[in-house]
Design a protein around this ligand. Sequence first.
Ligand code: NOJ
Length: 540
Amino acid sequence: MEKKWWQEVVVYQIYPRSFKDSNGDGIGDIQGMTEKLDYLEKLGIGAIWLSPVYKSPNDDNGYDISDYEAIMTEFGTMEDMEAFLSEANKQNIKVVMDLVVNHTSDEHRWFIEAKKGKNNPYRDYYVWADPSDDGGVPNDLRSAFSGTAWEFDEASGQYYLHLFSKKQPDLNWQNKEMRQSVYDMMNFWIDKGIGGFRMDVIDLVGKVPLEGITNNGPQLHEFLQEMNQETFGKHDLLTVGETWGATPEIAKLYSNPTRNELSMVFQFEHIGLDQQPGKEKWDLRPVNLAELKRVLAKWQTELGNEGWNSLFWNNHDLPRMISRWGNDREYRVESAKMLAILLHMMKGTPYIYQGEEIGMTNTPISDISEAKDIETINMYTDRLEQGYTKEEIITSINVKGRDNARRPLAWNASGNGGFTTGSPWIALNENYKEINVEAALNDPDSIFYTYQKLVQLRKEKPIMVWGDFELIDTVDNVFSYYREYKGERWLVVTNFSNEEQPFSSEDEIQTVIIQNDKENITGLKEMSLRPWQAFVVKVK
Ligand code: NOJ
C-alpha cells in the first residue's frame, strides 16, 4: 500500500455549536474555533473533522443543509471560514469537511423548486412516490428519527422520502444532474483548500426505496467511484465514509486503494455491542468484553492491505465512552487513559471527539424538556405511544442519547466553563468546574497529556501506524495485544474493569512506552493488574 498522510495523523472532531463561542450568543462559532487552534496544535493533531458549518435551519443541528456554499449565520461568514482554513493550514492542520449529501434541508433551493410541481427541473433531484393502492404511504420504510420515512405533499399528491427528519428530504442519486451539482459543490470546497470529506451516511446513497433497499444499494460503489473521479480523486485528500452496516468485506470495497473510492470508513460494529440484537439502540444490554475484543481484533486483522481502519470511541452521535464502558466516577482518569491507550495503539487512523481528551462525561437529564436532540425527542414521543414508561425512556436517553456528547466544551472553571459569555444553547455538564481544559493543562498527570503523548508517539514510531496486530488470549476483562514491525515488538496490556485482573507473559520488558500509572512496571510475570491499568512496553 502506498503510504498516505492520512494514515499517519490523529484527527480531532469539532462539533462547532459546542466548541467555543466568540460573540456571546451562546452558540459556538468559527472565530471561536480559530481562537482555539493553538490548543489543538498543542494536542498535536494533524486534521480536524468539522461537523457541518453550512447554512441550515438547524432541525438536526446543521445536518439539514439549506445552502452548501454558505455558512450558518450563527457560526459566522465565509470570510471567517476562509480565515479559519488558512490559519489551520499554517499550523499544518488539515480541515476535513462534513459532506451531507444523502439529503438536504427542505429549505434548500433545490427542494423549494422540486415542490413546485412534477415538471420542475429539480423535481427528480429528490425521491417522490405515489400513494400506495390504499391511498397511504408508498411502503413501510421508517425514518431513523421515528415514524414513517414518507411525507405527503398536498400540492402534487405525492410523497417524498426522508430517511431522517421530514425537514431532511432524501436526494435522488439516480439523477445525473443532481450528482453533478453535488460534485460541483465539492470542488468549490476543494478549491478553498480543505483537507477532505467525512461523508454522512454515505452508505444510503445507492438506495432503491421502492424496493425497500436503503443501505448498500446496487449502485453505491459506482456512484462513489464517479464522485472520486469528478472531485477528490485528483487531490491528496482524506475521505471517510460513515457506513453503519459495514463488514470488513464491505469496508474493503470502499477503502481498497485499487478501487478509487474512499480513504477509509467509520464502521460501527463495536458500537452496537451494548444494544439488544435486532432491536434499537435504546434497547440496552451490558457490553460483553469477550465480544468487544473479538470484534475489534477482527477489524484489525481482516482488512490486511486491502483497506484502512478508522479508530474511534466517540463522536457527536454517541454517548461519551468513559461513561458508557469506562467508569466516570472513581476511576474517571484511569479509565479515560486506558480507553485512549487501548484505541490509539491499534492500527488505523484514530479520531478524538472534542472533550474526550479531558475526560468529559455524559450529562443525565431527568425530564424530556431538557433534551435538544431531534432523534431523542421524536423517540420519546414514539415510545410513550408504544406504552414504555417515562422512566424507561429517560434511562435509555441517559445511556445513549446524542445530547450527552453535545454539551459545550468547558475551557475553564469560570461561568459556563468559558464556553460563552452569554447563555449556552444547551447547558454545560455541572462538573465543568473540575473537568475543563485549563485544569487539564495545569495538571501534568491529566488525561490530556496521555492523549498528547499518544499523538506524539504516532508521529515518531512507525510501528504504531504500520505494525501488525496480534490479539493475546487472556481473561475476558483484560484486553491485550502485540504490535510488530520490522523486528520490533510492543505489548499492549489493559484492564477493562473495576477489579484487579491477572495477567502474565514470558516477554521481557525492554522499555516502557506509555502507561496510565505512576509506578513503573518491572516485570510481566504473574501480574495483578490494577483496575483500569494500561501500559505499553517494548519487549524482547
Ligand atoms: C449522521 C450524522 O452523524 C447525524 O448527526 C445526523 O443526524 C444523520 N447522519 C443525518 O444527517
